[in-house]
Design a protein around this ligand. Structure first.
Ligand code: GLC
Length: 491
């Protein structure tokens, strides 16, 4: 059945991109556009988005976020985009002041306005499903007296948008759902209210109902029972594809992995003035934020000479972590090359193709995209045993006949050193290396399967709202229908 989804997000590539949220949003929406789901993307108007505008109207918003407009058209390959245009939303970076790396001091206000705008768009368009992503959009449910069937995707619990309790008084509907200790927690409000919740990998869905992974919200999430599901992200297999990639020296598929990777490896090392001969090349492509285990990456530096390995790192982010990486590189006697001043997509492609191994020691990782992108190039990952990394990397030392990479035994520096050491040893054995490279490359990482799973979740959200036929249903089945997913809204 054809459905209309309003898809609200603070990022979507290529229109606004900070991290994995942008890639995931873009990949999913493009895959849905290939089905009979119609998607309207709602995004803040950051000021630099080229929209082919077809209409525009004033939004009906509370006093404190007026005036705001909806500008509707197409942009970035998306058929239907609505930009919420409100003075103050347009900034050089969606979340942080570029010179300091600190969040904009008025981010609570900015994303409350955006969420109010999303709510008004949903009220006007009356879609079959409202799909919210992360905390930036979550407060929309506090502005809607009768929201449409709603799905919330949690890309990370690391940011919940917690702000002061005065915001509760500005949420006209169900504000109690947003109350959190003495403040207001937008993400929590949507966790309590959405008809269905998607975590971005099955293992993350399991982790977040436990104290460590739940970041304070594990009990709230557990209470939602079966309304919480895990769906692994895909990657854009059109642009992350060694067969067609314009950024690498030789295109290669399963037949020519050895030659293609060798050419990419040589070109990458030459780029950094290295004659790597027998060294193993480790790649890192990551935002430099605490979540990504940057301290562990820097901690590998003293071991590189002994392991006969070098590391190429691409990443930007927190000032203290940029400094940590720069220091590790300058102390490494030429074993680490770090590019920390920009996100350079062509270089990311060259690193995925040219490295022997991808290093990804995240402290937590809801899904993670780099490990899948690297594997698409036949580059196995060395990763911590967390979140979506567990769903996407199979340790070859534990599972010889199916292994596609290396997972740490413990999520700390000794664990990373051990896994890297095992991975390097395996890489030096040509027959083993080829086997793991080939398996990694054979996996279908496209969005097609995950998009179908999303459609099932949309249908489940719609079905949850369907009126129960009380003439034919027994009392017991009515009861089950209301309480099936552990929602406490009816209690
Ligand atoms: C966030 C998560 C990352 C995930 C991405 C897309 O950036 O940290 O693990 O892959 O969102 O869902």
């Amino acid at each position: 059945m054809s459905r209309h989804v309003v898809f609200a997000t603070a990022e979507i590539a290529p229109l606004a991109r900070v991290g994995g949220l942008a890639e995931a949003a873009s990949g999913l929406v493009r895959a849905l556009q290939r089905t009979d789901v119609t998607v309207t993307v709602v995004l803040p108007d950051y000021g630099d988005i080229e929209l082919d505008e077809v209409s525009s109207w004033a939004l009906d918003l509370p006093e404190w976020c007026r005036p705001a407009r909806a500008r509707r058209g197409s942009a970035g390959g998306f058929d239907d985009v609505i930009l919420i245009d409100r003075p103050g939303l347009a900034r050089p970076h969606p979340y942080v002041e570029p010179s300091t790396g600190e969040g904009w001091p008025d981010n609570d206000w900015r994303f409350m306005c955006f969420s109010a705008g999303v709510a008004d768009v949903a009220r006007t368009l009356d879609p079959d499903v409202l799909h919210l992503n992360d905390w930036h959009t979550s407060a929309a449910l506090g502005f809607l007296p009768t929201p449409p069937p709603t799905v919330l995707t949690i890309h990370t619990l690391g940011y919940q948008g917690i702000c002061d309790s005065s915001w509760l008084t500005r949420l006209p509907f169900e504000s109690w759902r947003f109350a959190w200790f003495d403040g207001c927690n937008p993400l929590l409000g949507a966790i309590r209210s959405a008809d269905r919740i998607i975590a971005v990998s099955p293992n993350y869905a399991k982790e977040i109902v436990e104290p460590v992974g739940g970041m304070g919200l594990h009990e709230e999430l557990a209470r939602r029972g079966d309304a919480l599901v895990g769906i692994r992200n895909g990657i854009d297999v059109g642009s992350w594809n060694p067969r067609t990639d314009p950024h690498i020296p030789i295109n290669y598929g399963l037949e020519e992995i050895e030659g293609g990777k060798q050419a990419a490896r040589l070109a990458l090392s030459e780029e950094f003035g290295w004659n790597i001969s027998g060294d193993v090349l480790l790649g890192v492509v990551s935002r430099l934020v605490d979540q990504k285990g940057v301290d562990l990456i820097a901690g590998l530096a003293p071991y590189l000479a002994g392991m006969k390995a070098r590391m190429v790192l691409l990443g930007s982010g927190q000032a203290n972590l940029v400094e940590l990486v720069e220091r590790a590189a300058s102390d490494s006697k030429g074993r680490i090359a770090a590019v920390t001043d920009r996100y350079d997509e062509p270089l990311a492609h060259r690193i995925f193709a040219g490295s022997d191994l991808l290093i990804m020691p995240s402290r937590f990782e809801p899904c993670g995209l780099a490990q899948m992108q690297a594997m698409a190039y036949g580059t196995p990952a060395v990763a911590t045993r967390v979140g979506g990394l567990v769903d996407t990397v199979i340790d070859v030392d534990r599972h010889r006949s199916t292994g596609t990479g290396f997972l740490t035994e413990t999520n700390d520096l000794p664990g990373l050193v051990d896994a890297t050491h095992r991975a390097i040893r395996s890489t030096r054995l040509a027959s083993r290396r080829r086997l793991v490279q080939r398996r990694a490359m054979e996996i279908d990482w496209s969005w097609d399967g995950p998009a179908d799973q999303h459609i099932e979740v949309y249908e489940a959200a719609i079905a949850r709202r369907a009126p129960v036929d009380r003439t034919s249903a027994t009392f017991a089945s009515v009861e089950t229908n209301v309480l099936a997913d552990g929602d406490d809204s009816t209690l």
